[in-house]
Design a binder for this molecule. Structure first.
Ligand code: NAD
Length: 502
C-alpha cells in the first residue's frame, strides 16, 4: 500500500473527515518517501476560532475540576486504545522510528493519567494571618484560552503536555501545530472530540486546531483573548513571539532550542556511557530538542571511547523508520539536510575530523533525506559548536579537569539538558550542584534525552525558561488569588496601621 493511502486509512480510522485532506494550499510531505500525503486548507478564521474557544472557557471553568479530570482520564483511555494507530501516523508524518512514534503516544497517555490525578490536587496554601480571627488562603483559578504552538519533532506529545494540564485547570485550548505535521494534530483533535461527545457536558470548541504557518501562530500570539501561550520551537521563533506576548502582558511558556552536552569521566561505566550517548545523539535522527550535540570526554579515555563510538555511528541502521531494526529515520526535509551539510562544511573548514554525515540515497525516493549520523572531533568549542544545528551531528571535545569540562559545558547560549557519566560520587554531585550544569535538566549516567512526564520539563537561557508537564508546572495555567477572610467583629489592620474614622 502507498504511504498516502496508509495515511488516509489511519486518519479515517481516527475520525478525520477525508474531505479535509485534499484540495488545500498547504502540502504535507512524508519525510519517509518525500511524497505529498495531503493538501490541507489553512485556517482562515483564526479570530473566530479563538472567540469560540473563549466562550468554551467561560462554561468549562464552572465545571468542577475532578469532572474536568474525568474527561482527560477518558481521553487517555481512548488514546491507549489507539496507541499503535496514532503512533504509526506520527512515524509516517514525522519520520521517527515506530517505537518512538508509539512512545510519543505513550507520553500523551501518561500525561493524561498525571493530569486526571492532578484534577483532585489543585491545592492552595492556607497561611497564618497576623490579624486575630482572620484566615488567609490561596485559591487557584483558570486563566482562559491557552494557546499552544508546537514544533514538528514532537507533533502530538507537546500539545498533550500543555493541553492535559490546561484543561483540568479549567482552560480551553487553541493549538497551532507545526505546518510540517498538521495531520497528527487533526487526528488528535478528532479523537478528543469523540471522547468529549462520549463524556458529555463538554462545551463545543473546548479544544481547537488552527492549521497553517507562522502567520496563524502570530494571530494566536497577538489575540487579547489568549492570556497564555506555550510556544515550542526554535530560539528564533521564541525571539519573535516573546516580545509580542510581553507587550500585552500575556504569559509565555517558552520551550526553545537546546545545545545539550554530556561529560564522560574516567570512572564512567563505558558500556552505559556508549549506549546513553548513542541514543541521545542519534535517536529521532538527532531531531530532539534534548538531542546530545556536544560530548566532552576526558583525555585519558578519549581515544578508546571515540573509536568505539565511531564504530557505533558507522554501523547503526539508517533507513525506513517503519522497518524493524532501523534506529535512525529520515531528516524532516531537504532544508534540514542542507543545514546539516553547511554545518559539516564549516566544521571541515575549522580543521575538524568528521566521521559520517553523508547522505544515504534512496533512488526510489529522491525527495527523502536519509543521512548517516556524524561524529565530529573538534579542536575547540567554536561558534559553530555553540549553535544548535537540528540534525544528527555530535561534536566531540577533550577535557583534562572537571572544572574545565564544566566551563565548556556551560559556555553555550542554550540551557536545556545535560548529563555526566561517572561513578565518582563527588563528580556527580558537583555536576548537579550550583557550581555544575546550568541547564533545566541535569542527569547522571543517562543521556540528555528521553525525559519522563513526572518532572518539570524545560531549560534556561536561550531555551526560554519555560517549564511544562509534571511537578508544579500546572500553576502556570492558573491565576493565584490570595484571600483574607475576617470572621471577627473587629477590623484590625495589617502592620498595626490605625485608621479611625470617628
Ligand atoms: P520552528 O521554530 O520552525 O517552528 C515551531 C512552531 O512555531 C511552528 O508551529 C511554527 O509555525 C511556529 N512559528 C514560527 N515562527 C512563528 C512566529 N513568528 N509566530 C508564531 N508562531 C511561529 O521549529 P521547528 O523546526 O518546528 O522545531 C525545531 C526546533 O524546536 C528546534 O530548535 C528544537 O530544539 C525546538 N524544540 C524545542 C523543544 C523544547 O521543549 N525546548 C521541544 C521540541 C522542539
Amino acid at each position: 500500500m502507498g504511504i498516502q493511502q496508509e495515511v488516509q486509512d489511519l486518519l479515517l480510522r481516527l475520525g478525520v473527515n477525508a474531505g479535509t485532506l485534499a484540495g488545500g494550499a498547504l502540502p504535507v510531505q512524508s519525510p519517509i518517501t518525500g511524497e505529498i500525503i495531503a493538501n490541507l486548507q489553512p485556517t482562515t478564521a483564526a479570530a473566530e476560532a479563538i472567540a469560540e474557544a473563549h466562550e468554551a472557557f467561560l462554561a468549562w471553568r464552572t465545571v468542577p475540576a475532578p469532572k474536568r479530570g474525568e474527561l482527560i482520564r477518558q481521553f487517555g483511555e481512548d488514546l491507549r486504545a489507539e496507541r499503535e494507530t496514532l503512533g504509526r501516523l506520527v512515524t509516517l508524518e514525522a519520520g521517527k522510528i515506530l517505537s518512538e512514534g508509539v512512545g510519543e503516544v505513550q507520553e500523551m497517555i501518561d500525561i493524561c493519567t498525571f493530569a486526571a490525578g492532578l484534577s483532585r490536587q489543585l491545592t492552595g496554601l492556607t497561611l497564618p494571618s497576623e490579624r486575630p480571627r482572620h484566615r488567609m488562603m490561596e485559591t487557584w483559578h483558570p486563566l482562559g484560552v491557552t494557546g499552544v504552538i508546537s514544533a514538528f519533532n514532537f507533533p502530538v506529545a507537546v500539545w498533550s503536555w500543555n493541553a492535559a494540564l490546561a484543561l483540568v485547570c479549567g482552560n480551553s485550548v487553541v493549538w497551532k501545530p507545526s505546518e510540517k505535521t498538521p495531520l497528527t494534530a487533526l487526528a488528535t483533535q478528532a479523537m478528543f472530540e469523540r471522547t468529549a461527545a462520549k463524556v458529555g457536558g463538554v462545551p463545543a470548541k473546548l479544544s481547537t486546531v488552527l492549521v497553517g504557518d507562522a502567520a496563524i501562530g502570530q494571530a494566536l500570539v497577538d489575540s487579547p483573548l489568549v492570556p497564555i501561550v506555550s510556544a515550542t520551537g526554535s530560539t528564533a521563533m521564541g525571539r519573535a513571539v516573546s516580545p509580542r506576548l510581553a507587550q500585552r502582558f500575556a504569559r509565555a511558556i517558552l520551550e526553545l532550542g537546546g545545545n545539550n552536552a554530556a561529560i564522560v569521566c574516567p570512572s564512567a561505566d563505558i558500556e552505559i556511557a556508549l549506549r546513553g550517548v548513542a541514543f541521545a545523539a542519534m535517536g529521532t535522527a538527532g531531531q530532539r530538542c534534548t538531542t546530545l550535540r556536544r560530548l566532552i570526554v576526558h583525555d585519558t579515555i578519549y581515544d578508546e571511547f571515540v573509536w568505539r563510538l565511531q564504530r557505533v555511528f558507522g554501523s547503526v541502521r539508517v533507513g525506513d523508520p517503519r522497518d524493524t531494526g532501523t534506529l535512525v529515520g529520515p531528516l524532516i526535509d531537504g532544508r534540514a539536510f542542507a543545514t546539516m551539510q553547511r554545518a559539516l562544511a564549516e566544521a571541515r573548514a575549522e580543521g575538524a575530523t568528521i566521521h559520517g554525515g553523508e547522505r544515504i540515497e534512496r533512488s526510489a525516493w529522491p525527495e527523502a533525506f536519509y543521512v548517516r549520523p556524524a561524529l565530529v572531533e573538534m579542536k575547540e568549542q567554536s561558534e559553530l559548536v555553540r549553535r544548535e544545528t537540528f540534525a544528527p551531528i555530535l561534536y566531540v571535545l577533550r577535557y583534562k579537569t572537571l572544572d574545565e569540562a564544566i566551563v565548556l559545558h556551560n559556555a553555550v547560549p542554550q540551557g536545556l539538558s545535560s548529563s555526566i557519566f561517572t561513578n565518582d560520587m563527588r563528580e556527580a554531585e558537583r555536576f548537579l550542584s550550583t557550581e555544575g550544569s546550568d541547564c533545566g535538566i541535569a542527569n547522571v549516567n543517562i543521556g540528555t534525552s528521553g525525559a519522563e512526564i513526572g518532572g518539570a520539563f524545560g531549560g534556561e537561557k536561550e531555551t526560554g525558561g519555560g517549564r511544562e508537564s509534571g511537578s508544579d508546572a500546572w500553576k502556570q495555567y492558573m491565576r493565584r488569588a490570595t484571600n483574607t477572610i475576617n470572621y471577627g467583629s473587629d477590623l484590625p489592620l495589617a502592620q498595626g496601621v490605625v485608621f479611625e474614622i470617628g
